[in-house]
Design a protein around this ligand. Sequence first.
Ligand code: PLP
Length: 387
Amino acid sequence: MTKPAAAPHVYLDHNATSPLRPEAAAAMAEAGSVGANSSSIHGPGRAANQIMTRAREALAKLIGAAPDQVVFMSGGTEANNLALRGLGNIDCLMISAIEHPSIWQTAPQTGLPVIKLPVDSDGVIKLDVLAAELEKASLAGKRALVSVMLANNETGVLQPVAQVVELAKKYDAYVHTDAVQSLGKIPVGFETLGVDLMSLSAHKIGGPQGVGALIVASGIALQTQITGGGQELGRRGGTENLPGIAGFGAAARVVLADHGFSEAGKVAALRENMETRLTDQIPELVILSQNVPRLPNTSALALPGRQAETLVIQCDLEGLAISAGAACSSGKVSRSHVVEAMGVGNDIANATVRVSLGWNSNQNDIDRFVETYTHIASRTDRRVSVA
Ligand code: PLP
C-alpha cells in the first residue's frame, strides 16, 4: 500500500530562495531550446543574444539603470566578491556589521584594512560613525569603499543608503550596496540612490538560482576576477548562463509589470496579520526591529530562552519551512552576527527565527503558521530529538 502523500510544507523562507515563478520557468525552457552561444554571429547565436538583451533591458529598467551597466554573473555572492575585489584605487573598506557573509568573508581577503560600521539596537547603521571614519580616512589621504546593504536578509531592516551615498561623496569614497533582498520587495533605483555598485540575485525574486548581476556605474573601471573570452564587456569572462539570465529577465518583467507593488502590498498585509495575531497569542514574543522601516515580507521572531534551531526543526516537523537567524555549520551552532551586532541579549539572540513571505504566500499559509507556532510556543517539552 502506498503511503498517503504528506501535505506540502507551508513555505515561508523566501529570503533564502523564492520559488521559481512560472513565467521564469517558461522563459528558461524557451532559452534552453535555442541551443546556441550568444556570442556566435550566426542566426541561432543572434537569437540567443536577443534573449539575453531582452533580459538585460528588463533588469536595467526595473532598477533604473542602463543596460550596459548590468554585468550578469553567477549570483549575489559573486557580485559582492567583484564589488569588493574589483576596484583598483581604494585604500580601505568600510563595511556594516550586518552584511551578508559574502561581504564579511571576502573583505579580509582583499588585503585592505577593513573598518566595521556598527548598527543601533534596531539594526540600523550608525551614520555618525560612518561620517567620522570617512573623515579620518580622508585626512589620512585614504580613499574608501563603503559597503552597506539596502535591506538586511535576517531582519528585513532597511538601511539609509541614500544618506550613506551623500556622506561618502563628500569624501570622494565609493559606495556599494547589496540590494539582493530588496529587489522586488521595495522600489530599487540605481541612479536615484547614486551608488557606484549594486549586487542583485535572481533567486530572491522568483528567478532561478545561480544567476545574479553586479550593476556598475558609468565610468567605474573594474578589474575582472574571471578572465576569459571578454564577455560582459570584459567585466566577467565565460559563456553566459542563457537560461538563467532569461529566467532572471522574466522574473524582473513580472515585478516591472506590477507598477503599484501590489504583490508587496499583499505580502505586507499578510505579515501584519501574522504579527498581530502572534503578538496577541504569545505574550513573550519579541519581534525584532518592528518599529523601524523593514522589508514588507520579513519577520524576525524571538521566543526568549528558546533555541532557534530547535524551533526551526519543530516547525519543519509540523510542515512549516522557516529559517533560524543563527547559522549552523559543522554541527556547531553559531549565533547570528546580525542579531549580535544589534546588542540584544543572549536569550533573544539564540531564539530568533526568520519568517519570510513572498509571491505565492497566502492567508492559509499564515493561518497554519500562526496556529502551529502558537502551539509550539506553548509547549512545555521544549526539546526535540533529531536522529
Ligand atoms: N546578499 C544577501 C543579502 C543575501 O541574502 C544573499 C543570499 O542569501 C546573497 C547576498 C547571496 O546571493 P546568492 O545566493 O545569489 O549568491
